[in-house]
Design a protein around this ligand. Structure first.
Ligand code: ASP
Length: 346
């Protein structure tokens, strides 16, 4: 990194996760530690030439306990501190980091500053930890400017030397340091001896409106993963759930389902009643192309919306976000089918 001619301000929002965990003396299990303890483990961050402040969740959480209310808390905090800081780093458990990154991407409207999520596979106090490099580089990226403007102006995940668009990521490995993948979109930057940004891919909008946050979500949705042998009674029972408003249907390959009549009839009946269906492929790479095979033509006729090349994490959060807004069914389907925050390529 080149020498800076001013001192950037970065806010670290510590939510919890392995990065800040230590072994409990009682049970031996990993439990979250306080941010002050975490800071002591990385004195390096004081020497970065960056003003770093922090805000910690109390208590810090394992990200398995993350939920839409807590997403809202993070977003509101960013809103409150938006003017004061050049960038934000969110320390977060890896398990649901891609969900939070996706949710934030939809919540933060007209974002013009970096919001970088990171964490680690090994706690920061462990000698071989990946947490130090992840945190230090995430802070560097959050502070990085070019021509007096932030280089990154979107929600992203920095992990294991790579910066990804947050709503394109999936946690794909629970053991390797490179825990995240972005199968359908190239990385935004690679950190070696230098941090090399992929400027053509970074999101920059010239005519940005005023930054705002929208924290409303509707959680009345379900993800149904199809599998050979799926039972009619189970499928119909799920669709009969009271107040159900949306279904992410994880289909085969390019968006295909079995041609059982009961299946398409059940989908059509629920869709006619106003339940929104979003078709997402079970494959980690590639896209839904409804109509390519006979087995997906009927879905389109039944009113199912294509998820294109969306991840399951972005599909779930986008559906919950849109259902939480005061939108008509037609508008919800229209937005689902369109790119909102770089989450899909059409
Ligand atoms: N269970 C932890 C969490 O997601 C795992 C991690 O941080 O990697 O909070």
């Amino acid at each position: 990194m080149k020498k800076r001619d001013y001192t950037p301000n970065v806010l670290i929002i510590y939510t919890g996760g392995t990065i800040g965990m230590k072994e409990s003396t009682e049970s031996g299990a990993l439990v979250p530690m306080k941010f002050e303890q975490l800071e002591e483990e990385i004195p390096e961050i004081k020497k970065m030439g960056i003003n770093i402040d922090s805000y910690a969740f109390n208590p810090p959480i394992d990200s398995s306990n993350m939920n839409p209310l807590l997403w809202g808390r993070i977003a509101e905090l960013i809103k409150k501190k938006y003017i004061q800081y050049d960038g934000f780093v969110i320390l977060h458990g890896t398990d649901t980091m891609s969900y939070t990154a996706s949710a934030l991407s939809f919540m933060l409207d007209n974002l013009g500053k970096p919001v970088i999520l990171t964490g680690s596979q090994l706690p920061i106090g462990v000698l071989r930890t990946d947490g130090k490099e992840n945190l230090v580089t995430a802070i560097e990226i959050a502070a990085a400017q070019k021509e007096n403007a932030p280089i990154v102006q979107e929600v992203s995940i920095y992990f294991s030397s790579r910066l990804f668009r947050g709503n394109r990521t999936t946690k794909e490995d629970s053991e390797q340091f490179s825990a995240f993948a972005s199968h359908n979109f190239p990385r935004l930057a690679k950190a070696g001896t230098d941090i090399v940004f992929n400027y053509d891919l970074l999101h920059h909008s010239k005519n940005k409106g005023i930054f705002n946050v929208n924290t409303k979500f509707c959680s009345d949705i379900v993800v149904i993963t199809l599998f050979p042998g799926i039972q009619e009674k189970v499928f119909k029972q799920i669709l009969a759930t009271p107040d159900l408003k949306g279904v992410v249907l994880q289909t085969y390959g390019s968006g295909n389902i079995p041609t059982h009549k009961w299946l398409i009839d059940a989908i059509k009946e629920s869709s006619d009643k106003g339940i929104v269906f979003l078709n997402v492929t079970q494959c980690s790479g590639g896209r839904v192309m409804m109509g390519q095979y006979e087995t997906s033509c009927e879905l389109r006729k039944a009113g199912v919306v294509s998820g294109h090349d969306i991840t399951i994490e972005a599909a779930v959060t986008k559906l919950m976000f849109l259902l939480g807004q005061e939108l008509s069914l037609k508008e919800i389907k229209m937005h689902l089918d369109q790119n909102m925050r770089g989450e899909i390529c059409i």
